[in-house]
Design a protein around this ligand. Structure first.
Ligand code: ZN
Length: 224
């Protein structure tokens, strides 16, 4: 990868496994790293406080942006407590954890803030390898959004997606390579039911996270 030691990056940061791994990845790549956390009617506001705590641990400046308008535009189980969460992906449609337009809006907000702060690099933890079928996690969408943001603001943003082609097992491996395996394992909040670290064990996010962890530990154990 190019040497970005003279440049700064803004990480879209939720305090979950993926974005925490991205935060530490960015800290290795860039001169200064900033964390941006969105509020948008999450089920658990402790997600934001946990994100702030991890950013503090990483000595990374932390900003919160209210994107609550997203919650009011379309009903989905992540932002509306009255909608029961899909445990899997219904045939022919997206799970109702899908928030339409979310990543496009987040990237637009992040780029606008980055522009104002003179930051050119954006980092997001989206992945096409283990995704739930969300269209705005795909590499083709990110490339398109990057081009659009550059045209919209006459700027040269670079959107980095270090997890794009990594499944959950490989995201655990990356955390280990960055020497933050224990931080990611013990401090992050991925669970849709708001339970830290290992989580509730049965929501879709927990199942994906724990499956990847077990696969990674099995692989690592064999290589010790
Ligand atoms: Zn859970």
């Amino acid at each position: 990868m190019k040497d970005y030691q003279e440049q700064d990056a803004l990480v879209l940061f939720s305090g979950g496994q993926d974005s925490t791994t991205c935060l530490y990845w960015a800290k290795r790549q860039f001169r200064n790293t900033y964390a941006l956390c969105f509020i948008y009617g999450q089920r658990h506001s402790q997600e934001v406080e946990n994100a702030r705590r991890i950013a503090d641990m990483a000595r990374t400046p932390f900003q919160v942006l209210d994107a609550g308008i997203i919650s009011r535009l379309a009903p989905n189980s992540l932002t509306d407590f009255s909608v029961e969460m899909d445990e899997g992906k219904p045939a022919g449609s997206y799970p109702n954890t899908f928030v339409p337009g979310r990543n496009l809006l987040f990237l637009t907000f992040a780029a606008t803030l980055a522009y104002a702060q003179g930051v050119k690099h954006l980092v997001t933890g989206v992945s096409e390898a283990d995704y739930s079928g969300y269209p705005d996690c795909r590499d083709t969408f990110i490339r398109s959004a990057n081009a659009t943001l550059n045209l919209a603001m006459d700027n040269q943003f670079v959107i980095h997606t270090p997890l794009m082609w990594r499944n959950k097992k490989e995201v655990w491996r990356l955390a280990d390579e960055l020497d933050v395996f224990d931080i990611v394992k013990n401090e992050t909040l991925t669970c849709y039911n708001g339970i830290l670290a290992e989580g509730c064990g049965h929501c879709p996010a927990c199942r994906l996270r724990n499956k990847g962890l077990q696969e990674y530990l099995a692989e690592r154990g064999n290589n010790l």
